[in-house]
Design a protein around this ligand. Sequence first.
Ligand code: NAP
Length: 278
Amino acid sequence: MLKAPLQKLGTERTDEGLYGDGRACAQVDRTQIDGGSGPGRVAVVTGAGSGVGRALAIALAREGVAVCLVGRDPIKLAATAAVARPFSPVTEFQIDLTVEDALQPLMQHLERGAGRLDVLIHCAGVIQQDPMERARLTDFDFQYATNVRAPYALTQRLLPSLMAARGQIVFINSSVGLTAKRPDIGQYAATKHALKAIADSLREEVNPKGLRVLTVYLGRTATPMQETISRQEGRAYHPETLLQPEDVASVVLNALMLPPTAEVTDISIRPMARPKGN
Ligand SMILES: NC(=O)c1ccc[n+]([C@@H]2O[C@H](COP(=O)([O-])OP(=O)(O)OC[C@H]3O[C@@H](n4cnc5c(N)ncnc54)[C@H](OP(=O)(O)O)[C@@H]3O)[C@@H](O)[C@H]2O)c1
């Protein structure tokens, strides 16, 4: 179970104990907190209709954070919302993130609120594996558009709101964003390497303004994406042996709730029992 209430998930200090259990903060800046009376915390989670994004959205809602769910499939978004809504306000945004104009409803929603955004989590992603000798450039372009350009563009649009809250940005990356010594993974791994570069550079830009940037490098995780990958690779899909989306959510939420004296920059997390080739 999480030790800290997510009311503290911004990078502000509080005078209520960092972990909600009476342990004192090293330093208190009361001017930066809104306490119980101010507006609630707000998060945007992309890819919230399934897999890791769904687990993260539900975990944030359970902590009382108002969550904007972003994805293409309205049925999947509604299913996530149905689980999350009893805990916190949840709004669904049917958005194809590769279409820039499509962001408008989300932008308007945030502006109607306090204009601040505490947490942005990039989870939306696509994968296509093929050997270079027959891989299609159109697949490369599609993965670039979804895995690199879309999170860059969304972050750019939301930076003013994140700055207003001294918020936090999370990039869900992949173990192949660090090393791509695996056949057929070149295109996807290149997009994830690019995403790492964007996160690393952004961190240097925004840390001085009080924002934190976290990248999470996942191993094989039990999600619809991994089920498809297993099928394409001709391997049996045993979700119970893989990393669970809820494991990822737990680790990310703990990082988000750290006091502002600390920043977790990178997390590598993988299944304890790894199939060959991972
Ligand atoms: N599962 C793994 O083993 C694994 C390992 C390493 C890294 N990752 C990364 O983890 C992240 C989450 O993936 P997952 O495993 O949870 O897979 P998933 O269940 O397939 O989720 C991916 C989500 O991305 C959304 N999405 C894709 N293209 C989009 C677009 N253009 N606009 C809006 N939403 C879009 C999908 O939404 P719709 O269905 O609504 O379109 C879907 O909900 C991805 O970035 C993936 O690369 C996964």
